[in-house]
Design a protein around this ligand. Structure first.
Ligand code: HEC
Length: 272
């Protein structure tokens, strides 16, 4: 099944669910059906976000009025194809392991001359708002890795240290409920309210989780990035707010990415 067809099937099953719900509530289902018909014609709404990101990537912007086309995502300046599938990785120029979103911000600051604090002030769009620039650019770059094998490196000592720290954070218990990531994500067939909790310690669900983020969330009508996914899980864990691009976020993404190695990128996906 092609990507577009899959997106359509996914939306269709949502449409059917919504339709029966609406009729059960005795509402006018015709308007709902029309709305979904419209969506089905548009395919995966994330495609619009990545298209916007693609334009933005090539646009001359920022105080230095240059595009992001010379941004080095790890495969050399200007190489976008397949780059996301190999991040996080160690970058010699910053002497740091960086996930995709950290590297994107680095390029916007170093190449385009944007102010770092301003760029990361509001990285996630709020409900009903247009997608942020970071979200659009992320959607474009991850789309360019669709179908590519996840290959997060452990060659550099700092990459191995990042993984170790990520693993530690994953199992670290704390907060008012004494939760760790593992509390929700190391058991099979566990659910919270109506949501499946993937067992991220097993290769297959770990690969699926990494491969399908960033994702378009139908419930929020927005594309969400991997940084957002972790931010929201910190919230569910009742931990202090996870700062955008915080070292802990990069380490967790390294941990998740290495455990997902060999899977195939399939993002942006459509999620609940
Ligand atoms: C209180 C339970 C809870 C805790 C603790 C928790 N999560 Fe989650 N996690 C969830 C829920 C709920 C979802 C979303 C399921 C959905 O929306 O379908 C999720 C989804 C995810 C996903 C995406 C999975 C996929 O296949 O789409 C990742 C990755 C993830 N969590 C990582 C983490 C990490 C890393 C931590 C620790 C910082 C963590 N989670 C802590 C509840 C939790």
């Amino acid at each position: 099944m092609g990507r577009k067809n899959f997106a359509r099937a996914a939306l269709l099953s949502l449409a059917l669910g919504a339709t029966s719900l609406a009729s059960a509530q005795g509402q006018n289902t015709q308007a709902e059906i029309e709305r979904y018909r419209q969506m089905l014609q548009d395919g995966n709404p994330a495609e619009l976000v990545s298209a916007r990101g693609e334009l933005m990537w090539a646009q001359k912007r920022g105080p230095k009025n240059v595009s992001l086309e010379q941004c080095d995502l790890g495969l050399g300046p200007g190489k976008v194809k397949g780059a996301y599938a190999q991040l996080p990785r160690y970058f010699a120029d910053t002497d740091q392991v960086m996930d995709f979103e950290s590297r994107l911000v680095h390029c916007m600051v170093s190449l385009q001359g944007f102010d770092r604090a301003a760029v990361i002030r509001a990285p996630f769009s709020r409900e009903g708002e247009p997608q942020t620039e970071l979200e659009s650019l992320t959607a474009y770059v991850v789309e360019e890795s669709r179908g590519m094998p996840i290959a997060v490196s452990q060659r550099h000592a700092k990459e191995r240290e990042s993984y170790k720290r990520g693993e530690k954070i994953f199992y670290f218990r704390g907060g008012p409920y004494d939760f760790s990531c593992a509390t929700c994500h190391s058991v099979d067939d566990q659910r919270i309210r109506l949501q499946d909790l993937p067992n991220l310690t097993k290769p297959e669900p770990a690969q699926r989780a990494f491969a399908t983020w960033p994702a378009y969330r139908v419930s929020q009508g927005a594309l969400r990035t991997m940084q957002w996914r972790l931010y929201d899980c910190f919230r569910q864990q009742r931990f202090p707010e996870l700062k955008y691009l915080a070292p802990a976020s990069v380490d967790l993404i390294t941990f998740l990415g290495v455990n997902a190695n060999g899977g195939k990128m399939d993002s942006p996906a459509i999620k609940r």
